[in-house]
Write a protein that binds this ligand. Structure first.
Ligand SMILES: Cc1cc2nc3c(=O)[nH]c(=O)nc-3n(C[C@H](O)[C@H](O)[C@H](O)COP(=O)(O)OP(=O)(O)OC[C@H]3O[C@@H](n4cnc5c(N)ncnc54)[C@H](O)[C@@H]3O)c2cc1C
Length: 505
């Protein structure tokens, strides 16, 4: 009751505030009459009535609202007055009551449109961006395990200011989620633990770590990489690098375009095209690779994709190759001996997914990791094959035949006996992109003709095709552990350490 009284008083009050029309109005031709429109303010819907003659807005009145008293009055007074004065609903917002102002403007615009008026909303305010120019000795792009290792090596060597850019708001990249890493002295640690230690060391030594800043391109002067372009939410950076730029930007498994372009028309790539699923958590967007290629670097192994038959979160029943696997109808999927043939078969399934079936009692607890692939994780259980088929949405006859066929060839221990069954829906996923920026064993980035692209280095998962003594392709661990130190020393023109530790994979 109280609210209605307040509303009524407010309508009277505000109708009393109706403004006098201005002599000339550019708004357009109207169907004379009164029209109502609504807009959303701070407290809810605001209803406005406009009165128009053939060629002008005669009055603007607020009919109802639920805005806060003490705040809305200025907008209710000034916005109608300005609409009349300027002959357009698109007038400046009243400071301190911008939401109420916008609600009145939207409501008036809607009413005037019904009256036949044609008004164009103004272009949004141009974004104001800050420009920053910075100078550093070494610029490292990417604060995952490899980038932070490079930063630590650089501060230990001393003599150069170090600036690390990380596009995400937190450091760590994919390394952050590594449960077990072997350090060069043989110590076991987690990605999280290692990164915390490296960060403390690097920051204590005075290196600058800019998070939320993404490298977008490389500056090349006379054939040498001399700096980077980067951006944050509100700033564009030009950063000069006296000794060089180290790309530690990780792999590119989160960028479907790069993955598919590199993989060409293989069956696996087709499967990925249909159902792109990656274990990448979003930081591996290939932007470092793209910048390097634009600056003249060569790529290596872009067609290589490491695909797994399921994400770890989808393996509550064990390895697919040791279980009964069927398609969505319940049709048996024989498991070829060759891993590649098996993956090919799975990638060609229409849904890009399949059921793996085992005894219910073998199902492990679900993992809590929130990788993208987990959204597809699904496990159903049943006491009989018929019930299981129903839960899976499969054909019971096909499922029964599948069990018989599987049991006829499966070794003991992998056969599916009677009891409670569990079926897990699994999707093949892209686990890693072994390819990347072609790099030599010093971490120096190479051009297509095999020559060094001066001033540019790549380490960690961003680096690829690394050959030592012309033969060995380095492992991911070596590229992340050993290349950073080598790249730093090469960039700074320092001699190598006498002995480098062995890396384990
Ligand atoms: C000390 C150490 C020990 C290891 N031990 C093992 C081991 O025992 N076994 C094993 O298999 N592997 C090991 N590894 C390797 C490891 O598993 C991965 O290969 C490694 O974590 C990949 O790290 P990365 O820094 O290259 O990529 P990521 O950790 O993915 O980091 C890349 C970072 O770059 C950022 N980035 C990307 N693009 C841009 C851009 N344009 N601008 C700014 N930032 C960007 C991303 O946001 C991300 O934070 C080890 C690695 C290290 C460092």
């Amino acid at each position: 009751m109280k609210k209605w009284t307040a509303l009524f008083l407010s309508v009277l009050l505000l109708t009393g505030c109706t403004q006098e029309p201005a002599p000339s109005q550019p708004g357009g031709q109207f169907q004379p009459g009164r029209y109502q429109g609504t807009g959303e303010g701070y407290g809810g819907t605001i209803t406005v009535e406009v009165e128009v003659s053939a060629d002008r807005i005669e009055a603007v009145s607020i009919l109802s609202h639920n805005e806060s008293r003490g705040v809305c009055e200025a907008a209710f007074e000034q916005i109608p007055a300005e609409i009349l004065r300027q002959g357009t609903p698109y007038v400046e917002l009243v400071a301190g009551a911008t939401l109420t102002s916008q609600g009145v403007i939207d409501a008036a615009a809607q009413a005037l449109e019904q009256a036949g008026g044609e008004f164009t909303p103004p272009d949004p305010e141009p974004e104001v961006r800050t420009q920053r120019e910075l100078y550093a000795g070494l610029v490292i792009a990417g604060a995952g395990g490899a980038g932070m290792t490079a930063a630590a090596e650089a501060v230990r060597e001393g003599g150069a200011t170090v600036l690390v850019l990380e596009q995400q708001d937190i450091i760590g990249g994919e390394t952050l989620y590594e449960p077990v890493l072997t350090l060069s002295d043989g110590t076991l640690t987690s990605g999280y633990g290692m990164l915390g230690d490296l960060r403390a060391e690097v920051e204590e030594a005075g290196a600058e770590l800019l998070t939320g800043v993404k490298l977008t391109g490389l500056e090349v002067t006379d054939g040498r990489v001399t700096g980077v372009r980067a951006e944050s939410a509100d700033t564009d950076y030009l950063i000069h690098a006296q000794y060089g730029v180290i790309l530690a930007t990780g792999d590119y498994g989160g960028n479907p375009e790069l993955v598919l372009a590199g993989a060409g028309e293989t069956g696996l790539a087709e499967g990925l095209q249909e159902h792109f699923r990656t274990l990448s958590r979003g930081s591996s967007d290939g932007s470092g690779l793209t910048a390097a290629l634009e600056a003249g670097a060569a790529a290596s192994g872009l067609g290589q994709l490491e695909i797994w038959d399921s994400a770890p979160e989808q393996r509550r029943l064990g390895e697919s190759r040791e279980l009964l696997c069927v398609d969505s109808d319940g049709r048996w999927l024989t498991v070829p001996e060759e891993e590649s043939a098996w993956l090919q078969k799975l990638m060609e399934l229409p849904e890009g997914a399949y059921w793996a079936i085992g005894p219910a009692e073998s199902a492990a607890e679900p993992q809590t990791d929130t990788a993208a692939a987990q959204k597809d994780a699904r496990l159903v259980t049943a006491g009989t094959l018929e019930e299981l088929a129903e839960a899976m949405g499969a054909d019971p006859d096909l499922l029964r035949q599948a069990v018989e066929s599987h049991n006829a060839v499966a070794p003991e221990g992998e056969r599916l006996e009677t009891g409670d069954y569990a079926a897990e829906w699994r999707t093949p996923v892209l686990a890693e992109t072994p390819g990347g920026i072609r790099t030599d064993e010093r971490g120096a980035v190479l051009r297509e003709d095999g020559s060094v692209l001066p001033g540019l280095y790549a380490v960690g998962a961003a680096a690829a095709g690394v050959e030592d003594d012309g033969t060995e392709l380095w492992s991911a661990a070596e590229r992340a552990m050993l290349l950073p130190g080598r790249a730093v020393r090469t960039a700074l023109g320092l001699p190598d350490e006498p002995e480098e530790p062995e890396a384990s994979d």
